[in-house]
Ligand binder design. Sequence first.
Ligand code: NAD
Length: 329
Amino acid sequence: MMSSTNTAVLITGGAGFIGSNLCEYFLEKGYRVTCLDNFATGHRYNIEPFLANKNFKLIEGDIRDLNTCNAAVAGVDYVLHQAALGSVPRSINDPITSNDVNVGGFLNMLVASRDAGVKRFIYAASSSTYGDSESLPKVEEVIGKPLSPYAITKYVNELYADIFAKTYGLETIGLRYFNVFGRRQDPNGAYAAVIPKFVMQFMQHESPVINGDGNYSRDFTYIDNVIQMNELAMTTQNPSAINTVYNTAFGDRTTLNDMVNFLKLFLSEFDAEIANVAVVHGPNRIGDIPHSLASIEKAQRLLNYHPKFSFQQGLKAAVAWYWDNLKKE
Ligand code: NAD
């Protein structure tokens, strides 16, 4: 078994939503954790509590720079690569920068990891890789055509990881995240994800805008399930479990309308007036797929994955966290 105290993990994008949760979790388990981040979309306050921990190291740098990547992987056992520019609309507005970071930066990290001899490279892939495939639930082997520049970058990651496994023997595992939510996900900015953005708007008694009629559905996945998948991917000793990709999800779907109703229900326990805040509907967004639901059978079978948080359990925990943390701002 791997001894956590001697194991060094590099978390790129460690100042972001998912990355900072991974930093926190692995520090608590006694791992040595390096965070590489350029704070493009992440925040210093996400990692502030870890700075005093002797097992934590922050490298402020950009994955688009190969020398920075080489320095970051030195002495590292496992890479959990989260750094990327998320958001479909961002990639539609600026495909060049999304590609530079998500593809160029990804390739730098693969090369650096190969050259440093890291034991395994685990990376954030995306459910957007299913593109225009209409089959439900999504199974890893059946994908469609990408619907956005962002989706292309995430699919290219999988192609590169596969080639690095076959050509150089680098162990890789891709985790196709499905609409992750939870503590520390950024509610601010033009490209904020729907759950934290709506939480903030409800807390301010502002009407959130649902794109479309609200019948689109998502496999909303609580952050703790994603942490579990990263840990399983890092620690698995099953040879058939590596050099492949996994849906990283709960395995159920919720419509946008139902998500909003649960949000109102949970938030109104803190502020009863939120129950009366109306919702507005706008046009559908380019690049959005109507429905998303993961099969998690492969992760269950090969990684022994058992998600602990349903959508509602996760949402309740997230709402409580936002209530405690956002109202101070
Ligand atoms: P996030 O924006 O909170 O985190 C991304 C982090 O990467 C940020 O801290 C950012 O500063 C950093 N970063 C960006 N460009 C960088 C660069 N050039 N060099 C170094 N660091 C850089 O987003 P997140 O939701 O935590 O997403 C993490 C990963 O998961 C991303 O790869 C994203 O594409 C993927 N993903 C997320 C979701 C989701 O629902 N949140 C779904 C699918 C895939």
